[in-house]
Structure formats: structure tokens, C-alpha cells
Design a protein around this ligand. Structure first.
Ligand SMILES: Cc1ncc(COP(=O)(O)O)c(C=O)c1O
Length: 378
């Protein structure tokens, strides 16, 4: 078996979730604050577009790069939202942002290249980089400034083998939002920037920026999972410099053929019609964000800086533990609350627990009551 696969660590959040489901089968009540997906139903306008696509027999392969109508809608969306202009031909539709990231790394990286990542970071980035026999290089963030991905610290880690810098704003697991100045500085450092924009649209304070506002030497990976509550539809995209389009198209043809046709038609409706639904979801998420931060602080977790986007809080649990994996399972077994161990997101996140607030106010309140009671009696 390929060595890089054998050595790949598991995604611990999934192991917490699987144990939680086992407990539920035994009749236990579990509050799920571990999973990274909106609890909202997919908006009706999106579901209707999918139904229409099925009725109209739009159920066969699309072009491997995706439906032109969807690629046009994505280009228009970026023009309207960020004032950046690119051709629909620079967009390749994928089965989610995960394949989008893997395709970007596959066309960009050569064996032995280095990729700069923040620590904490989304769990899968270093695993994808290592799978391609490349090396992740980590830049530690500090809790005191909300784990900001600092351009000066990135600069210090750039060397002859650095091929790319990965940014993710708003970020999983910290909820950090890079401001325009930081984005501009990162864009000017030299290496190609891979910008994971999957949490765009889910912002409560400040404004998210696209890397394309600052440089053309960049790839965007994004998708419909989070802001449109479409995790199961598996729809995402790459926006790439022109010269990479043909190689990306060949990867798409060989590995995936094309993205799901019905989801692509639904994606057009998401971009063109679901704005009011997204605004409503953001309002609700913001209320949950305020509640969970307040409750976590009262219980004794540290939240130095409030998250500005996405739907996670990376809470300092060092009052309770120095082993986040053991602690996450303890919270699950003893308090009936699912949470993600910080270690999933890098060594620098050990001692932290990620709570997702993509759950109802009622469930968050019950979850916090349970944690409060359990930790007080521990
Ligand atoms: C930062 C980040 N990028 C990418 C993904 C993958 O999303 P999807 O493949 O559903 O588009 C996730 C999912 O949690 C994520 O948090």
C-alpha cells in the first residue's frame, strides 16, 4: 500500500461522531457540537431547481469542466461580491471543495515541494500535501490574536522549496478572518496562494475578501456545502490561472468525469436565488455564536478572541486537560456532548476543543448545561 496513505492520520472528529452514533443506538442522548455542517435544510429554491433538473431529464454527464451556465454564475458572483473579473473558462466545477483542493495541489506541486500552512489549520490540508510526497511547513498562530495567520511569520518560513501558501478565511477551526491588509501582504510574498473560500458568506463581524482581489498568482477552492447548507450535494469549484485549466480539465476527466449534474443545476439557483436564505441563516448563526461564546467562557473555557466567521469556536481547554483527544471522548461519554479534539487541527491546537455552533439554540443550551454540570463535578 502507498506509504503516504498508511501514514495518514484519521480525521478524529469522524471517530468522535462514530462513537456518538454508537451511543445513540444504545439509547443515549447526545448533543452534536462536533460536526462541521449547517443543521439548516437546503433552501427550497435550490431543491426546486434540482427537482426541475430531474423532471427535464438533465441527468447525464455535463462537460468535465462543468455547466457553462454555472461557471458563468460563479464568475458573476465574484464580480458582484469582490469586484474581480475572470473568464468562466477559468472555473472548473468539482464534487465539493475537497476534490477542488486535491486537484489544485495535484497540478501545482512537484515531489519535495513545501507548502506553508497555518497551525491550527483545517485537518485535511497537511494530509493532502503529504499524500503528494510534499512537505507541509507550519506557521503557529497565537490565541491572543485569534490565531491570526501573520504575514511576517509566513515570510520567515519561505525557502527555496516553498511552492504555495494555503489560506482559509473565514477559517476552520478558529473562525479567524484575514483583513484586507493581511491578504494583500500574503499575496505579495511570492509563492502561489491557494485560498480556501468555503466559508465565504458566513461572516458576522467584518468582511471576507477573495485572494483574487490582490493577485492573479492564486487558486481559489470553494463550494456550496457551507453557506448554502448543501454538504450532501457535493458541489464545489476551482478558480485557476488560465495556464492551469487544461491540466485541471484532464484531471477532472480522468479522475471524476464531471461533477453531479443535478447538483450543478441546483448550484445555479443557489447563487442566483438563495441570497435571502443565506442572510437568514447568518442571522441565526450569529445569535448562536454569541450564546456559545458566553456559555463556554462561564464554564471555564478560554475564548480570547470571538470568532468572526464560519461556525466554530476553538476554545482553550487547558483548565481541564492537556490531552484534547482523551478529553473529547470524556465529554462524549460522561456529559453526552460531542466536540472535536484540537489535535485534529495541528500540534498548536493541542489543549483546545472545537465546538461547532451549527446546531439549534435549544441544543446548544442543553449541551452547555451538560458541560457545566459535568465539569463542575469532575
Ligand atoms: C476549511 C474547509 N475546507 C474544505 C472543506 C470541505 O468541504 P466540501 O468538500 O464539503 O466542499 C471543509 C469541510 O469541513 C472545510 O472546513
Amino acid at each position: 500500500m502507498r506509504k503516504t496513505v498508511m501514514e495518514m492520520p484519521p480525521f478524529y472528529v469522524m471517530e468522535v461522531l462514530e462513537r456518538a452514533q454508537e451511543l445513540e443506538r444504545q439509547g443515549r442522548s447526545i448533543i452534536h457540537l462536533e460536526v462541521g455542517q449547517p443543521d439548516f435544510p437546503t433552501p427550497n429554491c435550490i431543491k426546486k431547481a434540482a427537482e426541475k433538473a430531474i423532471k427535464e431529464e438533465k441527468t447525464h454527464y455535463t462537460a468535465s469542466v462543468g455547466l457553462l451556465e454555472l461557471r458563468e454564475a460563479i464568475a458573476e458572483y465574484y464580480l458582484e461580491k469582490h469586484g474581480v473579473s475572470f473568464s468562466p473558462n477559468q472555473v472548473i466545477v468539482t464534487n465539493g471543495s475537497s476534490p477542488a483542493l486535491m486537484m489544485i495541489f495535484s497540478v501545482l506541486l512537484e515531489t519535495g515541494d513545501e507548502v506553508i500552512l497555518s497551525d491550527p489549520h483545517y485537518a485535511c490540508y497537511p494530509n493532502m500535501v503529504r499524500f503528494l510526497d510534499c512537505t507541509p511547513v507550519f506557521v503557529k498562530g497565537n490565541e491572543s490574536d485569534g490565531f491570526r495567520f501573520n504575514p511576517e511569520d509566513i515570510k520567515e518560513r519561505i525557502g527555496p522549496k516553498t511552492r504555495a501558501i494555503v489560506i482559509n478565511s473565514p477559517a476552520n477551526p478558529t473562525g479567524h478572518l484575514l483583513d484586507a491588509q493581511a491578504m494583500r501582504e500574503i499575496a505579495s510574498l511570492g509563492p502561489t496562494v491557494v485560498s480556501d473560500e468555503i466559508y465565504h458568506g458566513l461572516v458576522y463581524e467584518g468582511k471576507e475578501h477573495s485572494i483574487l482581489e490582490y493577485t492573479d498568482n492564486a487558486f481559489v477552492a470553494s463550494g456550496f456545502s457551507k453557506q448554502f447548507a448543501m454538504t450532501g450535494w457535493r458541489l464545489g469549484y476551482v478558480i485557476a490561472p488560465e495556464r492551469y485549466i487544461r491540466p485541471l480539465q484532464k484531471l477532472m476527466q480522468n479522475f471524476f468525469i464531471a461533477a453531479n449534474t443535478i447538483s450543478q443545476w441546483a448550484g445555479i439557483a443557489a447563487i442566483r436565488e438563495a441570497g435571502p436564505d443565506v442572510r437568514r441563516m447568518v442571522e441565526i448563526l450569529n445569535k448562536r455564536r454569541k450564546l456559545i461564546v458566553e456559555r463556554l467562557r462561564k464554564i471555564g473555557f478560554g475564548v480570547a478572541v470571538e470568532p468572526k466567521g464560519a461556525f466554530y469556536v476553538l476554545a482553550n481547554a487547558k483548565n481541564f486537560t492537556d490531552d484534547s483527544l482523551k478529553f473529547a471522548f470524556e465529554l462524549l461519554e460522561e456529559a453526552g456532548v460531542g466536540a472535536t479534539p484540537g489535535i485534529d487541527f495541528g500540534r498548536n491546537a493541542e489543549g483546545y476543543i472545537r465546538f461547532s455552533y451549527a446546531n439549534s439554540i435549544e441544543n446548544i443550551s442543553v449541551g452547555m448545561d451538560r458541560l457545566e454540570r459535568y465539569l463542575a463535578s469532575r
